[in-house]
Design a protein around this ligand. Structure first.
Ligand SMILES: [Fe+2]
Length: 283
């Protein structure tokens, strides 16, 4: 006989194959890609809000011991007022993804938002020589030398060519005693969709998904990120009180948004600012 708790969990669990929340109807049906943990809808491009799309893909970090752990990544694609495309945190470029984007608009801007999400940017910069590319401040030199066209400057306004559609903010954090930032993360606001775009400032790795299982190695990674790492980030890496002041005043204050499009995890719509505030121990 089922216990009342198990019965309740079964009743609350979404049925297999049910659509994931916080996404708009798919562009194509059936989905062209296999359903995976990283891409739970199997879509080439996932529309999430008007003028905002995600490319949901696997991501295997280069860090030792993580080469076979899919931490997943969502590249955000924002449509600017001119119809040109602004890309945030590129995932692997494939001919099918390039074709899907070509149907959407011209790839004009390629943004590498922090030092850990640079892996695939060179592919895009090579493939779209007419696009302008940007890196977070002080991106560590790569070998061969990094191909980024320009660096985003701390405290500077967003580039004019972004058509006033995107705001940006460098997150104050650093490694104590080392004298440099850990991620150099720049977070962005896409005004049209009222979405916050972040890379590693916020995450919410799911422990389960309605359509596909979450790999065991990914669940272990989720535990590491949710428990020890989040505590380390909030207590040691975040440059308090400057971190708190800037996040509260600008990102959570001046910026008008009600949706989080994270690189790692599921989009957030309900109480989005409260979710970010609690994640960063700002309450
Ligand atoms: Fe990341």
């Amino acid at each position: 006989m089922l216990s009342p708790l198990l019965l309740l969990l079964l009743l609350l669990a979404p049925p297999p194959g049910s659509p994931l929340p916080l996404r708009l109807p798919p562009l194509t049906s059936p989905p062209p890609l296999p359903l995976t943990y990283s891409n739970p809808t199997g879509a080439l491009l996932t529309p999430v809000r008007p003028g905002l799309y995600l490319a949901e893909r696997p991501f295997y970090p280069s860090l030792p011991g993580l080469a076979s752990t899919d931490v997943s990544c969502k590249m955000a694609i924002a449509v600017l007022p001119s119809g040109r495309l602004w890309l945030h945190s590129p995932v692997q470029l494939t001919p099918a993804l390039a074709a899907a984007l070509a149907a959407l608009g011209e790839v004009a801007f390629i943004v590498t938002p922090n030092t850990e999400h640079q892996k695939f940017a060179p592919q895009w910069i090579d493939a779209y020589p007419g696009a302008r590319s940007y890196a977070c401040p002080n991106l560590r030199p790569a070998d061969p030398p990094a191909p980024w066209g320009e660096f985003l400057r701390p405290g500077a306004p967003p580039p004019l060519e972004w058509e006033g559609a995107i705001e940006m903010c460098l997150v104050p954090e650093s490694v104590p005693g080392v004298g440099r930032s850990f991620f150099n993360e720049v977070v962005f606001l896409h005004r049209t969709s009222r979405a916050l775009l972040c890379t590693d400032l916020y995450w919410n790795y799911p422990s389960s998904l309605p359509s596909v299982p979450v790999p065991r190695s990914t669940r272990l990674w989720k535990f590491f990120m949710d428990k020890p790492y989040r505590a380390i980030y909030n207590r040691i890496l975040a440059d308090r009180p400057a971190f708190t002041e800037l996040l509260e005043k600008k990102v959570l204050g001046d910026w008008d948004w009600d949706y989080i499009a994270p690189c790692h995890g599921e989009p957030v719509e309900e109480d989005a600012k409260g979710v970010l505030r609690r994640h960063l121990n700002l309450v």
